[in-house]
Design a protein around this ligand. Structure first.
Ligand SMILES: [Zn+2]
Ligand SMILES: [Zn+2]
Length: 315
């Protein structure tokens, strides 16, 4: 398993263009830490076949494995994860299992962010189901203190930029991740207006996987939008730009991540985990954050929970 982690770190450090070139020219295995077997797995992953396969592997061997020192140090500063799903929407596991896996990783908190009603394919939660979930989270928190399960949602950004849940209910939550999941190919000017409206919504805390890109064979290109305007709006309205760690997402891409750093944004390094083993995916986001020169104090999930909640109420 550690071979895969090493390989993941090496691949992260390459960047997408160099990775493409290495795969094309069959020179992956020239790199230190990448043998023939791992090389084959990387090629498969690049073709989009792996996320599930790796997820199963990681679930079976979910232990922490040493990383490069600086990345390990960065990872150790993260106190929680602000984007995860349970079997209440399209995740595979009960809330309790997600929480206990997070405790096992040493997290101080975990924000449960199941999908919103309009994402019916993902069994998005109606207002009623979300209210039921809040009661369950309360009970789990009594059991697991001092660990904190934060209430939350990954709310769909609708075509006009409004959010797909009752505002009063959104206001009650600890963390609101807003993401585009539909009409990803709309013209750039409309997409920009849509995202800016969502970021300005006082309930939005994190802009989820901003380009919507998906790697691999079932790939999807990046949505078109004016990233400078969107990220500037994020900075002005105290909304964190998510560094989504899912292997098929790795969103935002490097150039946009650099732009967001330059514009002074804060970030959330989130796994978007749909299973307990995936909670460990933060390392790839830490590799990217390190490389982009993001100081840990600009990563909101490196903050203590109380500070995070204060920021939410004032931002
Ligand atoms: Zn999403
Ligand atoms: Zn998600």
């Amino acid at each position: 398993m550690s071979a895969f982690r090493t390989a993941a770190a090496v691949v992260d450090a390459l960047g997408p263009e160099e990775l493409d070139r290495r795969i094309r020219t069959r020179t992956l295995t020239d790199l230190r830490g990448i043998g023939p077997k791992t090389g084959a797995a990387i090629v498969q992953a690049h073709a989009g076949e792996v996320p599930e396969y790796l997820a199963r592997l990681e679930e079976a061997h979910g232990e922490l494995v040493p990383l490069a020192d600086d990345v390990a140090e960065f990872r150790s500063l993260l106190r929680g994860d602000l984007h995860v799903h349970s079997d209440w929407s399209d995740g595979g596991s009960p809330i309790r299992e997600m929480a206990e896996a997070a405790i096992g990783l040493g997290h101080e908190y975990l924000a449960l962010t199941d999908h919103s009603p309009r994402l019916t394919v993902a069994n998005g939660l109606s207002a009623e189901r979300l209210e039921q979930q809040l009661e369950l989270v309360d009970r789990l928190n009594d059991e697991h203190a001092p660990f904190r399960l934060l209430t939350g949602i990954e709310v769909d950004i609708l075509d006009d930029g409004s959010l797909d849940q009752r505002p009063d209910l959104l206001a009650r939550l600890d963390v609101v991740v807003a993401s585009v999941h539909s009409k990803l190919r709309m013209p750039g000017d409309l997409m920009t207006a849509r995202m800016v409206t969502a970021v300005r919504d006082p309930n939005t805390d994190v802009l989820g996987h901003c380009t919507g890109r998906l790697g691999g064979r079932r790939g999807r290109p990046e949505s078109e939008f004016d990233a400078e305007r969107v990220f500037t709006t994020c900075r002005e309205h105290g909304v964190a730009v998510e560094i989504n760690c899912r292997p098929e997402r790795r969103d935002p891409p490097d150039a946009l991540l650099d732009l967001a750093v330059e514009l002074g944004c804060v970030f959330a390094i989130d796994t978007d985990a749909h299973a307990p083993g995936q909670l460990d995916w933060q390392h790839s986001g830490c590799v990217r954050a390190e490389r982009a020169g993001i100081p840990p104090e600009r990563v909101i999930n490196a903050w203590p929970a109380d500070e995070l909640l204060r920021w939410r109420s004032t931002a």
